[in-house]
Design a protein around this ligand. Structure first.
Ligand SMILES: *Cc1c(COP(=O)(O)O)cnc(C)c1O
Length: 373
């Protein structure tokens, strides 16, 4: 197997998706699986669908095209406001997109008419994250404009939290989104089919004590992929946090001469590798670097310490018996590290358990049957 590589345990992704869909289902909330951190990797998207996601979403049209080229036929939503210059591509491969600009919606409408389609529009409302969104007081008016355009159909409204601000949504913000859905219906008449409450940061709210009102969709990436609730960084109960493993190879094991001592006392010097780190007896050099991933987002295996990295080298210290040249070191990644590593051209992606559960059950029961005979 080649190095560096990412091992993806698809069974864990299916199970994580199943766990959240089963918890949210009784509350009337469906899950849209978000594939942007894995660059629209089709097998990972398929694992989300196998686990119960109702559809997929991505921020980039290239990623959606990758899903489509692999034969993924489910509903795909573009969750970043489309570029005006990409209206044709958006309409060509996404059923629905999130929008904040009427000029973009008009361009999508014209593009849809040209290919005899109707493109779904969800209006993104700004409720405090201060990234994208229409101000709540302007939503009804924009909704009315969308209603009278041909080529597009208003499907609902949505909001996003904790992406730019890092602040989790409050119950009152979620209630405002539900009120807004009612208000838009009051003005425009149509039933808002989708009221999308946000991303993985909304899970504590969605699974909490309070009524979840009209929210009927969450767009989940990090929770499914890493089993983590992004605001707290905590593992979500019952979810796998190790579906992805980054594997890198040791290319040098020799212990270096003792680092030169300098008088400055500065903790960053430890990271730079020019001050001694207690307990570290040997340095290892691995063939992976900033070019490949977000090094600070890697969790070091037990007994190993990050010393530093350059574009192509990762230097770690260990107090354990020396790993041989050519051996492999395995790391878990946070969201940023995962996102960069999945996009790195030199990292191979290896899929484990590429079989939905139903198929493996069939195989299993067949062999049981044979044993009985
Ligand atoms: C990235 C993103 C999501 C998914 O976020 P996670 O934290 O990975 O669940 C959902 N909605 C929008 C608009 C996004 O940009």
């Amino acid at each position: 197997m080649s190095c560096p590589r990412i091992e993806v345990d698809l069974r864990k992704i299916r199970r994580n998706t199943q766990t959240v869909t089963r918890r949210l289902g009784p509350r009337g909330i469906g899950v849209t699986g978000v594939t942007k951190a894995v660059c629209g990797h089709p097998a990972i998207g398929q694992a989300m669908l196998d686990g119960g996601a109702l559809g997929l979403a991505d921020a980039r049209i290239n990623n959606v095209q990758r899903l489509r080229q692999a034969g993924i036929a489910c509903s795909v939503t573009l969750i970043r406001t489309p570029m005006l210059s990409q209206a044709d591509e958006v309409v060509g491969c996404c059923e629905v997109s999130y929008n904040t600009e009427i000029a973009v919606i008009a361009a999508l409408a014209s593009a849809a008419i040209r290919i005899d389609k109707v493109h779904g529009i969800i209006l993104m409302v700004e409720l405090g994250d201060q990234r994208e969104g229409i101000l709540p007081e302007n939503v009804a008016e924009i909704a009315q404009q969308v209603m009278i355009m041909q080529g597009v159909a208003l499907k609902g409204i949505g909001a996003n939290f904790a992406c730019l601000s890092g602040i989790a949504p409050t119950a009152s913000q979620m209630a405002s989104l539900c009120d807004l859905a009612n208000e838009v219906e009051g003005v425009c008449g149509p039933f808002m089919k989708i009221v999308s409450g946000g991303n993985s940061a909304n899970l504590p709210w969605a699974l909490g004590e309070r009524n979840t009102g009209r929210i009927n969709d969450l767009r989940l990436g990090e929770a499914i992929l890493l089993g983590i609730e992004p605001v707290s960084g905590d593992q979500i109960d019952g979810m796998h946090t190790d579906a992805f493993t980054l594997v890198a190879e040791v290319i040098e094991t020799d212990a270096k001469p003792a680092p030169f001592r300098i008088a400055l006392v500065d903790p960053t010097l430890t990271r730079l590798g020019i001050a001694p780190i207690s307990g570290v007896t040997t340095r290892l050099i691995l063939a992976i670097g900033h070019q490949d991933t977000d090094i600070l987002g890697l969790s070091m295996p037990v007994g190993h310490t990050l010393i530093g990295a350059t574009s192509d080298h990762l230097v770690i210290g260990t107090n354990q018996s020396v790993l041989k040249l050519g051996s492999e070191v395995r790391f878990q990644m946070d969201y940023k590290a995962l996102m960069h590593a999945m996009a790195a051209p030199d990292i191979e992606v290896n899929l484990l358990h590429d079989q939905p559960a139903t198929q493996s059950r069939q195989i299993h029961s067949k062999s049981e049957h044979l044993m009985l005979v």
